[in-house]
Design a protein around this ligand. Structure first.
Ligand SMILES: *Cc1c(COP(=O)(O)O)cnc(C)c1O
Length: 399
């Protein structure tokens, strides 16, 4: 990861198809486009490859989460349960709809802890949104059971786990709705883009209309189409879809390369007794985009992370002090800093963040190091990297 490491002729040819006829818009202009429908083709291939009935491309992964929530009728004042460890997009997408993000602890899977989820349910809860962080997944069976019991919608944020599966099913295809990101640094990229996946016909129709100003897309001239409800513009362009199409066709190849590189590093680190690895739920198969491991305490983890950086072990993250991925430093959210007024209802809904601590999440994130697995490493480079990591970790354990 990321897929841009291996851009080549496949991507170039798809993009040239689009530029040759000049139609950068995904809808209409039938006469001009010479049979090229890159967004439609990418949706078809996403459906086939991710084994889901419907796929709606949108302009980003953040848009995918907002569109998914809106498609399920979630909005003003509704509570959506999400994890403390994710990317800021998760709460942004919820708040864009006037809904309230309810943050709960993660466990050693580095994703939602089902027990913490259950404890956070209130009469206002409408959805549970696990985020499958760093190529692995939440315990979806447990979360599905909770959703059934409490009549809640399950929305998977699978932005970081395209290509991973749970009990044989692709992530993103299992909940009521699933969201993918195709941004520039994800395993497969379109430059910018995202997708909403669902097996629910009604949610799909909503997503299709909502992401294009409410257009009903019944096949008439665009100007003559009606709009059953309000929508916005979250469309993907044909240029982005063209790149995404080439990349999706390479997803299996990318996962296989990552698995090989990941396994070499994991095997080396496993020889250190103090190193433990994140738990992957039973029946889960990662996308191998990141290798996540735990060290004995915060201080050792910070020191190892810093020594990695100064010794050329790049792309390893210690998220505890990071302001994009972990609740500890989300001060703009905690202080409700926004360009526009936040409703009183949402303010009341977020007030818990002033006092609530997330000790269980801290326990895992403080000790976690997350290393990105690259596609272009040679076997020799991976082995050298693994050796360097082992030496550095051991040196800090001794002190
Ligand atoms: C990248 C990401 C998103 C948002 O995707 P964009 O395409 O960058 O808007 C959402 N959630 C998670 C967990 C992500 O990593």
């Amino acid at each position: 990861m990321p897929g841009f490491e291996l851009f080549g002729d496949l991507e170039r040819n798809e993009v040239n198809d689009v530029l040759d006829n000049g139609v950068l818009m995904r809808y209409g202009f039938d006469g001009m486009r010479n049979g090229h429908w890159k967004a439609k083709d990418l949706e078809t291939e996403l459906r086939n490859q991710l084994k889901v009935k419907h796929a709606q491309l949108v302009s980003s992964g953040t848009a995918a989460v907002s569109v998914a929530l809106a498609s399920a009728g979630i909005g003003s004042g509704d509570e959506v349960i999400m994890p403390t460890f994710t990317f800021v997009a998760s709460f942004e997408a919820i708040m864009m709809l006037g809904a309230i993000p309810v943050l709960v602890d993660i466990d050693d899977t580095l994703t939602l802890d089902p027990e913490a989820v259950e404890a956070a349910i209130t009469p206002k809860t409408k959805a549970i949104m696990p985020v499958h962080m760093c190529g692995s997944m939440a315990n979806l069976d447990a979360l599905q059971t909770i959703c059934k019991t409490h009549d809640l919608i399950l929305i998977e944020d699978s932005s970081q786990a395209t290509g991973a599966t749970y009990k044989g099913k692709p992530l993103g295809s299992i909940g009521d709705l699933g969201c993918l990101s195709l941004d520039f640094v994800k395993i497969i990229t379109a430059g910018e883009g995202g997708a909403v996946l669902t097996n629910n016909e009604k949610f799909y129709k909503h997503a299709d209309h909502y992401s294009d100003h409410g257009h009903d897309h019944v096949g008439k001239d665009r100007g003559a189409e009606s709009h059953p409800f309000l929508g916005y513009n979250f469309r993907i362009s044909e240029l982005h879809a063209a790149v995404g199409l080439a990349q999706l066709r390479r997803l299996d190849e990318f996962v296989a390369i990552q698995k090989k590189n990941y396994s070499i590093i994991k095997e080396a680190l496993a020889e250190i007794p103090e190193v433990t690895f994140r738990t992957v739920p039973e029946g889960g198969e990662e996308s191998y985009s990141f290798l996540n491991f735990f060290l004995p305490d915060l201080e050792i983890s910070r020191n190892v992370s810093n020594t990695f950086k100064t010794n050329g072990v790049d792309a390893c993250f210690h998220y505890f002090d990071n302001s994009w991925h972990y609740i500890r430093e989300w001060n703009h959210l905690k202080n409700m800093k926004s360009l526009y007024p936040i409703s009183e209802e949402v303010k009341r809904g977020l007030a818990y963040l002033q006092t609530k601590t997330f000790d269980q999440s801290d326990h895992y994130i403080a000790r976690n190091i997350s290393c990105l697995i690259k596609l272009t490493w040679t076997e020799r480079q991976v082995k050298e990297k693994a050796e360097k990591m082992v030496t550095i970790i051991k040196s800090h354990l001794k002190q």
